[in-house]
Structures are given as C-alpha cells and as structure tokens.
Design a binder for this molecule. Structure first.
Ligand code: ADP
Ligand code: MG
Length: 691
C-alpha cells in the first residue's frame, strides 16, 4: 500500500484548479498523468526578466521588461493584418503586435494613456521596435516574476498553463520524512527534499539548470538510492527461493574439452571457476558474464551447462535471434555429441507436431540442453528440472523483461552473457546488483583488425578492392544500417545495395535482413558460412554473435549513424580466423566533428571497455544500450553519466541499509519506503516481508 502521505502527489493532474480535460491530455503528454510527474518535470530553460533597458538602448532579440505609456490602438485593416498597440517610454516608440486579436480585451488591458509594464522578446522590424504577443502586460511590478522556469512543451500546450500546473503540483508536496542519513546530508551540504525540489523549479540562471547543482544532486541521489534499493530487494527475492547446490563431477566436461580444437584461455578458466562456485552454493546464481566480442563466451556457457547436466539437471541457452540459436546449435553440437549430451532447439519456427515432440522430450528429461529464443519462456514450456539458464547477448532484452523472466519462478541459476562491455556505472543501473565476471583477453592467434574510415565518394575504389579480395577467396560483410524509425527506407537501401553489388560482383553476393522469413535467412547465412556466397549484404542482424571465422572484411555503410559500441560489435565479426582482417567505415556526406572523434576512437583502440566508456560519455547511456535496455527510462532526476559518483555511494548506502534493516522497519527504513513509492518502485516494496 502506498503511504497516505503520498496520496496528494498521486492524484490525477485534472484535480488541479484550472486543468480541464483538454489541458490534462497535453500535460500528460509532456510530463505524465499524475502530480508526481509534474514535480519531476524539470525546467529546460529559464527566462530572466531582469533586463530593463530604456527603449533606445534595447538589444533586439532579447527578452526585456519595459515601462511604457499607451499612445494609440491600430486595428488591422483586413483580417490577416495584426492589431498594433503603439507605446513609448521617453526615449523611443514601440509596437505591441497581436495576431488574431480580441480588440475589446486589448483595450481593457492597454487603455489609451495608461502606464503599463510589458515583458517579452523585442525585435527590430523595418526600423521600428516591436514586441509580438507580450508575455506579460501588468500594472505593477509585483505581478512579474523576475525569473521564470521554462518547461518542454508540446504542440497546443501554452508555456504559462504548464508552468501554472507545475506550481500547483509543487504546492501539494507534503512535508516528507527525511530518508537520507543526516551525516551524509551534512557532508554534501544537501537541503531537505522539499526545498531541493522547490529550488530546481526556480532557476535564476542557466547554470542553475545543470545536473551539478547541489539541489539537483540531492534529488538525483534520492532517485539513485531508490533505484539501488529496489534492485537489491528484487534480487534478494530472486535469490531467496533457490537453495540448490549444483555440483557436477566433471565427466561430461572433460569429454567436451577433449573435443575442443583449442585450449581454454586463462580468462575462460577463471570465469568458469567463478561460475562453478556460484552454482555449488545454495544461493541462486545471478551472474553477469561480460566479455568483449570474440572473447569466447559460448564455450564457457557450454561448460557451465554441462555442469548442470552432470548434476542430473537440464540447461537452457537463450539467444535473441533465430539465427543465433541455429548458430549455437550448430557450433555446440559436436561437443555435445562428444559428451553424449542431447541438444534441441526451440524457436518460433518449431510448430505443431515438431514443437510438441520437443516439449514432451523436455518434460521427460530426454533433452539435456535446450537452445532457443524467448520462446523458451512460453507458458507451455516445462523442463523436467532446469538447473541453469544462460541468456546470451543480453543487451537485446530490457531490464524489466529480464526481471520477469527470472521472476517466473523457475528457481534455476542464471548466467547472463553480454558482449557489450558495460561500464560499471551502467552495470549498476541496468543489471542491478548482479555478480560480474569478465573474460579479459582474447583467444590466442587473433590479429588486430585494421580499421579505416572513408567517404562514400570513394565507393568505386572500395568495390574494386573488394572484387579483388573476393577473387582471392576472402569473404566479406557489407552492413547497411537499419534504424527502427525508418525501417522501410533502410531496408530498401540494403536491397538496393545488394542489387548493385550483385551487378558488379556477380552471384557471389548474398543478402540477409531481419524482415526475411526465418528459413530464407538461414539459407542465406548457411550459404555464406559454407562459402557459396562470398559477400553478405546485411542489416545489423549480424551485429550480435555471428561467427564465420573465414570472413576477413567488414564494410559498414553510414558508419556515422552507428554508436561506437555497435561498430565495435560489427568489427568483432571479422578477425576471428588466422587471416589478416580489415574494417572499412564508410560515411556519407560530411562527417561532423563529433562523428569524426567517434570514428577516430575506433581506429585507435579495439578495447571494448575503452570504447564503451567513450560511447557512454559521447552519447549517454540511453543511446548506448537503447533506452529500454539501459534502464535509463526509469530515471527522471538522475543522469547516471553526470552523477556516477552518487550512484556508487547510493549502491553502498543501500547495501548497508539492507544489512542493518532488511525489512525497512526502522524510522529511516519507513522513510525509505516512502522514497521507493515516490519514485515508483512499488514492485520492490512488495518484496519486503512485511509491507
Ligand atoms: P563471443 O564471446 O563473442 O561469443 P565466441 O564464443 O563466439 O565469442 O568465440 C569466438 C571464436 O573464438 C569462436 O570461433 C570460438 O570457437 C573461438 N574460441 C573460443 N575460445 C577459444 C580459445 N580458447 N582459443 C581459441 N579459439 C577460441
Ligand atoms: Mg557469442
């Protein structure tokens, strides 16, 4: 139950005076449906009305406040002409200009001969000063704010209406209990919540809008603490019911390892030891395995799964796309066979009798390891006994999706693998308090990929070079971007490119994209893997996980549209075999400064972590992982890039708090419950033993 102290803030905005159904809709669009959404709708600008020059000293273009006398009303002669009110101070004349004016109203507020204070943007037009639609026309100074917050608007929503609604909502903010530690507040010189909130809504200068102000930091900290507490509570809940030790005896593993054509790297061995330890404990494993692209995560997953099978349990491996599922099946099959373990696939493509057969065998325990897309988690899929679920290339799934997958109550250990090296800051918000393993280093024998940036103006040279390389027997990818908003256009671009390249290079060219039927896509992929096609034109469906060691050239068109982490992923698709590889980043048009800097980073390093940190700095977390995936959508006050120091503190603070008062029953605990509700972390509160 939401604490009653918060009731006023969770009222609908229509309960504010002056907000009717029409205004409510518009406000809900920019802020949200509740008062609490309004109080967290931060100003994006500030209007300073303290500029009060004489008219002859005006700098046109600025917002100014001037005291004037009304000289003359000049209605428009035709409807399309504006209504003018000529005014002056003792130095110059100015026109107040009104379109679609109501003459009666204007004579009321600006009677001839009266003195008025008007405030608004003054322009100089045909040698005359004018102010179109003044923001304020008042008789006395007292009615004029010296500084006004500016909020983001939407079409049809007037700045004043929104500002008034925000003020109304702020008035409803109750006196909150202090949920922060007093010593911490003192150290950071943080004011109480209510004061900080009022403060961020009354900026005086642009600097007051910065996320670095103490008031903004206070609110950010509140939100980050709520976030960390919530994630820890959820995690405690997920871990709670497990209590199963999984300890294989190593016999299947030994067979699989014997069948590998390579020795495991130190990084792989270390990670595996961490996973084994987690699985052997009676707590549920929630581990994030980070490894740069090509680091060799798949083998680690296989060996972890075999550990579960040795213990008499089943394993599941989930991948984001059909292609990856097929690839995993194909590449793991020989080792599974060597170990005498039964693999099966389950995706949207298994239908009818085939699907029934898989489900039956699964329930009977005849299948040891099931590899699939999210179809794995359909309601009708039941394992005889699932011991370990591995989720590959996790960044394709959202935070909440991930939580529900696990919350579905199969008390299996969970290993999440991601090839996007996630900076610590982001790992905390996106993955909460998971344990983290990192595979560092690469399998031996990898050569760095030579990376070049080039203009599309030189496409002819590039194609000639490509033709030569293909004739020599090399294989290449050609990636065209696929941006969600304009999927159709981009798809057309990929198809067009395919046709063009086919004309020049002949039948060696294949095409694969996300909108193809699964079977077609598999055929195209298989042909490329087998070397029947030498050049694969693709949208970013190949970004994640494709493994064709023979491919040595990666061309990325419109590289300027991709994020760094994504380009790094793409580049990781080559340089997997023993041949020398190259990555050609082709840009269209003129590269801006920012894009130049980004592409330069890529040329200079191939350390995924360095690149990820850079990406985070340049583009922000939402862009980097996708808003949904990064967990960023949940933040209103906090900006994890600007407040990463606070995030680390919040993490420790939350941990300490829950060790001392796991059920949040102490006075500070009670206050923290209010905080959790305030920031919409209701779900987490439900996990407290006594709500
Ligand atoms: P990722 O971490 O990107 O998922 P993969 O698991 O697909 O990487 O591995 C990339 C390639 O490296 C695969 O072809 C795999 O067989 C190979 N590989 C994995 N481990 C090793 C190793 N220890 N030595 C040599 N090659 C390895
Ligand atoms: Mg992989």
């Amino acid at each position: 139950m939401r604490p009653s102290i918060l009731f006023p803030l969770f009222a609908d905005i229509r309960t504010l005076s002056g907000v009717g159904p029409k205004l409510e809709k518009l406000i809900a669009k920019v802020a949200g449906p509740k008062l609490v959404d309004l109080i967290f709708d931060l100003p994006v600008g500030v209007v300073d009305r303290s500029y009060r020059p004489k008219l002859n000293k005006i700098e046109p273009g600025r917002i100014a406040t001037v005291t004037v006398g009304v000289l003359e009303h000049i209605p428009g002669r035709v409807k399309s002409q504006p209504y003018r009110v000529r005014v002056s101070d003792d130095t110059a004349v100015m026109d107040l200009v009104f379109f679609r004016a109501d003459a009666k109203y204007l004579t009321d507020i600006l009677p001839l001969g009266s003195q008025r204070i008007v405030s608004g943007r003054i322009e100089s037009f045909k040698d005359r000063l004018q102010m179109a639609h003044p923001d304020y026309v008042v008789e006395h100074d007292s009615a004029l704010p010296a500084h006004e917050p500016v909020y983001a608007l939407t079409e049809g929503l007037a700045a004043k209406s929104l500002a008034r609604a925000v003020r109304g909502a702020l008035e409803k903010v109750p006196q909150m209990p202090e949920w922060q530690d007093p010593a911490f507040l003192k150290r950071e010189a943080f004011v109480p919540f209510g004061e900080a909130l009022a403060g961020v809504h009354t900026p005086r200068h642009d600097a007051d809008l910065s996320p670095e102000t103490p008031m903004r930091r206070r609110l950010a900290y509140d939100e980050l603490l709520a976030n960390q507490l919530a994630l820890m509570l959820i995690r405690a809940q997920l871990r709670g019911p497990a209590g199963r030790r999984i300890e294989g005896d190593g016999r299947l593993r030994a067979k699989a390892i014997a069948a590998l054509p390579f020795a495991l790297t130190d990084g792989q061995l270390t990670t595996l030891a961490e996973i084994d330890k987690d699985m052997a404990s009676d707590k549920r494993m929630l581990r994030l395995l980070q490894g740069d692209v090509g680091a060799g995560k798949t083998v680690v997953a296989l060996l972890a799964l075999l550990n579960a099978v040795e213990a008499g349990l089943q394993g599941a491996l989930m991948a984001p796309t059909e292609i990856l599922v097929r690839q995993h099946c194909a590449s793991l099959e020989p080792y599974a066979k060597a170990a005498g373990v039964k693999l099966a696939a389950l995706t949207g493509r298994e239908k009818g009798a085939a699907r029934e057969a898989v489900l039956k065998a699964l329930a009977a325990g005849e299948i040891d390891i099931l590899i699939g897309t999210h179809a794995l988690f359909s309601d009708d899929v039941s394992f005889r006994e699932l011991g370990l679920a591995v989720i590959d290339e996790q960044h394709r799934f959202g935070v909440h999706q991930r939580m529900t997958l696990q919350a579905k109550g199969k008390p299996a250990d969970v290993l999440v693998m991601t090839a996007t090296p996630i900076p610590r800051t982001l790992a905390l918000t996106a993955y909460g308090d998971m344990d983290v393993s990192r595979i560092t280093g690469r399998p031996p024998g990898r050569k760095p990929v030579e990376t070049r940036v080039m203009s599309a103006a030189r496409l002819d040279d590039l194609i000639a070079h490509l033709k030569h390389a293909l004739d020599e027997g090399q294989r290449a990818y050609w990636v065209c971007p696929l941006v969600e908003e304009s999927e159709k256009i981009d798809l057309a671009a990929a198809e067009e490119r395919f046709v063009m390249l086919k004309q020049v290079l002949g039948d060696k060219v294949g095409l694969v994209h996300g909108k193809m039927k699964a079977a077609e896509r598999d055929t195209a992929m298989a042909a490329f893997k087998a070397g029947e096609t030498k050049l694969l034109v693709a949208t970013t469906v190949i970004e994640v996980g494709m493994d064709v060691p023979e491919a040595t050239i990666m061309v990325v068109e419109h590289a300027e549209r991709f994020g760094l982490a994504q380009l790094h992923q793409l580049r990781g698709r080559v340089g997997r075999g023993s041949g020398k590889s190259s990555c050609l980043l082709v840009y269209h048009g003129n590269l801006g400064e920012a894009a130049t800097a980004r592409l330069k980073t890529l040329r200079e390093t191939d350390d995924g972590f360095v690149i990820a940190e850079m990406d985070l700095k340049l583009r922000g977390p939402g862009e980097m992982l996708g808003k949904r995936q990064s967990g960023m959508e949940e933040f209103r006050m906090a900006d994890p890039a600007a407040h990463d120091d606070l995030l680390a503190i919040a993490h420790d603070d939350a941990k300490l708090m829950l060790t001392r008062d796991a059920d949040l029953k102490s006075p500070r605990g009670e206050a923290l419950r209010v905080l959790l509700y305030l920031f919409g972390r209701d779900e987490a509160v439900r996990y407290l033993r006594t709500g």
